[in-house]
Write a protein that binds this ligand. Structure first.
Ligand code: SAH
Length: 498
């Protein structure tokens, strides 16, 4: 495997929509190409992989507008590759399955330009799979036909052979809009396909808002109309569609279809957003705050302290960078009692090879102080954020310790774009993981009233965060009983199934 080479067009399949279904090769090419020419229906975030100086050209239908004519797309590809650029032509699903990839390859060959084809996960198989429908099943279906349902001769597609499709001994996967569903279903029945054969329509397969509608060939058009089924959708005709009843999995996930805002700092948003996505939610990552290290690269020597308190995962990461800058490693913590404020911080420590000695039940300063009660530490080092509360150092001093505070970072606000603001106000829930995320999000939104009321639901990680919400006139919809990320997710899931 290697980076994108100059003067070549890569015809890349982006898969059906879930970013996790981009291939490793697709990601590698997206991150290294000079230019990306993409369709509209591609995984969210796929083009954000582009290097900053890459040219990104959309040739899909944007907001109902017209798509770029195929001749123009061909010309763009030829021009870019001829200019010596490495070009990714990114298409939904697989580039050679109803994706006109073959036509573009012919044009490139004709122009004497190099191309490579990177297959993608095709929606006709992936969308059923995500709906819990295996397209083949022993004893039920031993063949699958990929069929395009358009009959527009100007698009160069041949009209459907209904006799042939009716006789086809297996599953039919129809790639098409839903407008012509009625006439196609009727024609299939007239040609001899069983009226009571199961049919499933999967809209936006593998996206967080995927929806599946099941009926029979005879009733599907009516049911689809009633349910307001919309493109993009795969219509699957075959006995296998009946397996959904037992095998449905994605739409059962506890947060399926829920839009949840993650307001953590960018460097950290990953894990919470990933967990939410894994539970079926659409995680809307709003970079309301950013971690700004203070004095990065300055050596920090922890030797000589008796107790080290860490109050966030950021603090752990930055502390170790600073220890490394002093020419030391984790052995410099030998003999020091290490206290982590919560499980997340303890996990960050574990990944540095350090097992926390103290992890309180309640992940707040009060909880940590409780756990430390009865022990006496002469010299204490607290590694933390600039905006952290003073309760921990003040109380430890009262208890007779000599406390050193090492301020490792501050969190700074990032302004939200209009699009981000409406994503936040239109979400089902907003997660708040600290008092500063409350302040920063409200600041970035330009006021608390935009998220007041019952929707979006406001999910608070704990009492301090809730207090901050109340200080802005907002009542948390729920507060986590365990004050860490796992506890927050638990509270969100419980709230979603109200
Ligand atoms: N090359 C693509 C297909 C392009 S044709 C592939 O291999 O998947 C466009 C049609 O694909 C749409 O009309 C719809 O029927 C189907 N399609 C694409 N993405 C889809 C998705 N996520 N869910 C359901 N159908 C999808």
């Amino acid at each position: 495997m290697s980076a994108a080479r100059p003067g070549i067009v890569y015809l890349v399949g982006a898969g059906p929509g879930d970013p996790g279904l981009l291939t490793a090769r697709a990601i590698e090419l997206l991150t290294t190409a000079d230019a990306i020419v993409h369709d509209r229906l591609i995984p969210p975030g796929a083009v954000h992989l582009a290097k900053p100086e890459a040219e990104v050209i959309s040739v899909g239908k944007e907001g109902g507008g017209p798509s770029t004519p195929q001749d123009d797309i061909n010309r763009i590809l030829v021009e870019l590759a001829s200019a010596g650029k490495s070009v990714v032509r990114l298409k939904g699903g697989d580039p050679f399955v109803f994706g006109r990839g073959g036509e573009e390859a012919l044009v490139l060959r004709e122009a004497g330009l190099g191309f490579e084809v990177i297959p993608g996960v095709t929606s006709g198989i992936a969308a059923p799979a995500a709906a819990g429908i295996p397209v083949t099943q022993r004893g039920m279906s031993s063949a699958i036909a990929l069929v395009t349902g358009h009959e527009d001769p100007s698009k160069g597609e041949t009209s459907l052979d209904y006799e042939g499709l009716a006789k086809f001994p297996g599953t039919l996967a129809l790639y098409m809009g839903v407008k012509r569903l009625g006439s196609i279903a009727t024609s299939l029945i007239e040609a001899g396909r069983r009226p009571d054969e199961p049919v499933a329509i999967i809209e936006r397969g593998t996206f967080p808002d995927q929806r599946t509608t099941v009926a029979t060939l005879e009733t599907i058009a009516e049911v689809a109309e009633r349910e307001n089924v919309k493109a993009p959708a795969i219509t699957l005709v075959g006995e296998v569609a009946s397996l959904r009843e037992q095998l449905e999995w994605r739409e059962r996930l506890s947060l399926h279809g829920r839009k949840v805002v993650v307001t953590r700092a960018r460097a950290q948003a990953g894990t919470l957003a990933d967990t939410l996505t894994g539970l079926g939610a659409e995680a809307i990552e709003v970079p309301a705050i950013r971690i700004e290290p203070i004095a990065p690269g300055e050596p920090l020597d922890p030797r000589g302290f008796d107790l080290l308190c860490l109050t966030s995962t950021n603090a752990v990461d930055l502390l170790f960078e600073r220890i490394e800058a002093a020419g030391l490693d984790s052995r410099s913590l030998a003999g020091i009692t290490v206290a982590a404020i919560g499980q997340g911080t303890a996990r960050a420590l574990a990944s540095q090879g350090i097992k926390a000695d103290i992890v309180p039940e309640r992940a707040v300063a009060e909880g940590l102080l409780e756990s430390l009660e009865g022990h006496s530490f002469k010299r204490v080092l607290i590694a933390r954020a600039e905006e952290a509360r003073d309760l921990l150092p003040d109380t430890l001093r009262e208890r007779g310790s000599e406390v050193t505070i090492e301020v490792l970072y501050r969190t700074v606000t990032e302004d939200l774009s209009e699009v981000e603001v409406s994503a936040v106000t239109g979400a089902d829930a907003i997660t708040f993981t600290s008092a500063s995320t409350v302040r920063n999000l409200i600041g970035a939104l330009g006021g608390a009233d935009r998220i007041a009321g019952d929707s979006p639901r406001l999910i608070s990680i704990g009492p301090i965060t809730s207090e901050e919400l109340r200080a802005h006139g907002l009542e948390p919809s729920v507060e986590a009983t365990r004050h860490d990320i796992d506890g927050l997710i638990e509270a969100l899931v419980a709230d979603s199934s109200r």
